[in-house]
Unconditional design. Structure first.
Length: 643
């Protein structure tokens, strides 16, 4: 990953620098030359083997060298086996090669695209389409959904293909015309249809779902908005390190997670007036996400895609465009990944970095003197956008001048649609027109892995509730309420849910550092986008995405515990990841802890979401809670003109 228009790093290569194109090529070549990969081998990913935290911290402290290594996941198409490898880039040797039995890695992009042609050319599928009055197959549109695991699947590697048709030509919105009740299982290794399920003919909706500017006349009463920074930006970039407004952090990008934040630190003023750099987060990234559908109809009952663990959401990142996805004085970072042949694949402008005005930061007017002090705030924006079939997901990290960090997911794109016979009202979705088109109810559930280092690696997590005081002489007017903090001491006890009745949030507190009033320095996790699962306890998706059961999980740091649903959720029976790790009920007090936070969108479809959904927001806030001795935003300069 490279920063467009910025100088390359002038320092010794940092151990968290993403792999370069040359390093990816070396890793693939070493595996080929070793004889471990051959013509049937497909590279699911080649990514940096991130050093353990202690090695990174030692490097930051004294520049101690850390070996550069690459991790690879390889699928052998000849026998369907999955392998994991680690390659030493400095020695050009394979240091680990391991067969991982009984798993399926993510769906490859080449499988995604091949699926459509396999389905369209299958005689059985064509017969099913003819039964629905479709005799021309050029407009057939196929979305390969992950197969999941329900105990009745065929053996082997599968994708579950659903069908739509572009009635009005190649630029038509095919999602307006679903071929309901037709489900096709594809074996991507054999390149053939493995099974066809036809649950009965439903008329294909004919009404168009046009949304482009060529089809919808744009309004004409908008004047241009110009965003300029004549003196340049306030951030500095050196390689993949960014400094802005007392913040310092590093940018990473992986095929599975997309954007990653490393070594997030804030420079504060100590009691003697000197500066000190204070750690907040060692690593923060999307761990997993799942989209469970609540419709029991045959076409939709098995829709529950894991967009990170089953599709490698980082590989689906958009090349971002100035004025469209990002506005202002922009710096871009390219993402350098590996294609299935092991060659470097560059996604240009995959990550966007810029500043934006964020309105009022703080203000007070002394009504006695009529003097006003006001500060305008700005935030640093770091984002990438991925297209996963019909949906777009924008992942935005915001850093603020008051020491807060926000994660915001912006959901847009086109809903996955279905059809009912005209005149029928669907029970598990919203009718979108009079032609039988509807969108099922569903959720988007995200889990973010937050490796906290609040003023050091020794931290504890506290649950903070607000409670009403009992009636009595200490509460004579019945107005008293206060907070209580409970330390979460073990993994099972730290499986928690949001409670609106208690205004619940959580604090990650330093085990050693204290603020001016003698309390532990801390960062709070403030929920503002939460969902709970509505599926039954025995539902397959809840077994496979066990992280949905709780909003908060806490584990001790472990290098190999990276993804909330486990390493290989594709076609997995479930129970892996957080449910398996936390069964040990390890101690999570005064130690290096990782917080896993679950949040999401409960999407009851609206007419206003069709044909393209306006952006919906979900996320959470990390807010300093006694981390500073007073407001860190006091020294933000006032506006240039008098207020």
């Amino acid at each position: 990953m490279t920063a467009t228009g910025e100088r390359q790093s002038t320092t010794v290569t940092h151990p968290l620098e993403p792999l370069t194109a040359a390093e990816i090529s070396v890793a693939a070549a070493v595996l080929r030359d070793s004889g471990r990969t051959g013509p049937g081998s497909r590279f699911v990913s080649i990514t940096l083997h991130e050093p353990v935290k202690s090695a990174v911290l030692a490097f930051d402290e004294d520049g101690t060298g850390v070996a550069r290594e690459a991790d690879a996941v390889v699928l052998d198409r000849s026998d369907g086996r999955t392998y994991e490898a680690t390659v030493s880039l400095s020695d050009s040797t394979v240091t680990r090669w391991e067969h991982v039995p009984g798993v399926q890695p993510q769906v490859l992009l080449e499988e995604f695209f091949a699926c459509e042609e396999i389905v369209k050319s299958d005689p059985g599928v064509q017969d099913a389409l003819r039964a629905r009055g479709i005799t021309e197959f050029d407009g057939v549109m196929v979305d390969p959904w992950s197969a999941g695991h329900y105990g009745d699947e065929l053996e082997g590697r599968l994708v579950r293909a659903l069908v739509w048709i572009k009635i009005g030509g190649p630029d038509d919105n095919g999602y307006a015309h679903p071929v309901e009740n037709l489900v096709v299982y594809v074996d991507p290794l054999a390149g053939r249809v493995a099974k066809i399920e036809d649950h009965g003919v439903v008329p294909v909706p004919q009404q168009p779902g046009k949304y482009t500017s060529a089809d919808v006349a744009p309004r004409t009463d908008l004047k241009p908005i110009e965003i300029t920074q004549p003196d340049g930006t306030s951030f500095e970039i050196d390689g993949h390190e960014v400094r802005w407004q007392k913040w310092r952090f590093r940018i990473g990008f992986t095929a599975r997670e997309g954007l990653v934040l490393h070594a997030v630190r804030y420079t504060d003023t100590d009691g003697s007036g000197g500066d000190r750099e204070r750690p907040v987060l060692h690593r923060a990234s999307l761990s997993e996400m799942v989209v469970p559908y609540g419709d029991p109809a045959p076409t939709h009952r098995r829709k529950n895609a894991f967009d990170a663990g089953e599709y490698n959401i980082g590989t689906l990142a958009n090349p971002l465009e100035l004025g469209c996805d990002c506005l202002g004085e922009i710096r871009y970072f390219d993402a350098v990944l590996a294609d299935p042949d092991g060659n470097p694949l560059t996604i240009p402008h995959a990550v966007c970095l810029h500043e934006e005005d964020h309105g009022m930061l703080w203000k007070h007017t002394d009504f006695r003197t009529e003097k006003t002090e006001v500060r305008r705030g700005r935030r640093l924006v770091l984002s990438f956008i991925a297209t996963v079939g019909n949906y777009e997901y924008g992942f935005f990290w915001y850093l603020y001048q008051d020491g807060s960090i926000e994660f915001d997911v912006k959901l847009t794109g086109i809903m996955s649609t279905g059809a009912v016979p005209p005149g029928t009202t669907p029970t598990h979705g919203q009718l979108l027109n009079t032609d039988g088109l509807y969108a099922p109810i569903h959720q988007h559930v995200f889990n973010v892995r937050l490796d906290f280092d609040v003023d050091g690696t020794a931290n504890s997590v506290y649950e903070v509730d607000t409670v009403t005081d009992p009636a009595g002489p200490d509460n004579p007017l019945g107005n008293a309420f206060r907070t209580t903090a409970t330390r979460l001491t073990s993994e099972l006890g730290a499986q928690r849910r949001v409670s609106l009745d208690r205004a619940r949030y959580w604090e990650v507190r330093s085990s050693g550092a204290r603020n001016a009033v003698g309390e532990p320095t801390a960062y709070a996790i403030k929920p503002h986008g939460t969902v709970v699962p509505f599926v039954r306890p025995e539902a397959s998706v809840l077994r496979r995405a066990g992280f949905m059961a709780h909003h908060l999980w806490v584990t001790p740091y472990a290098e190999d515990e990276r993804y909330a649903a486990g390493e290989y959720p594709n076609q997995h029976a479930g129970g892996d990841g957080l449910p398996r790790w936390t069964a040990a009920d390890r101690d999570v007090t005064d130690r290096d802890v990782v917080v896993w936070y679950t949040f999401g969108s409960h999407h009851v479809a609206r007419l206003e979401d069709w044909p393209v959904m306006p952006v919906q927001h979900v996320g959470f806030l990390l807010q300093p809670a006694g981390f500073f001795d007073r407001s860190p935003a006091l020294d933000v300069p006032p506006p240039a003109h008098h207020c």
